[in-house]
Design a protein around this ligand. Sequence first.
Ligand code: ZN
Length: 79
Amino acid sequence: MTCRELFELLMDYLEGALPPPQVELVEAHIADCDDCRSYIGAYREARDLVARTIRAEQPPDPPEELVQAILESRRKKPR
Ligand SMILES: [Zn+2]
């Protein structure tokens, strides 16, 4: 799996919506790739922060801006 493929699966992975074979692929890549591991860590922290902030109001919108920021940073810093 490439980093690009991982990011395409990232939303479903974080939602727990991926089938187990793909979860294994994602986790194998994360275990091997420091960049993706740190991005996913930051992504989860941001999501948790959003969820805590507005949990009493409504479900958080998908953090599309954050995904775009991640993709942008990948383009700027190729492996
Ligand atoms: Zn990666």
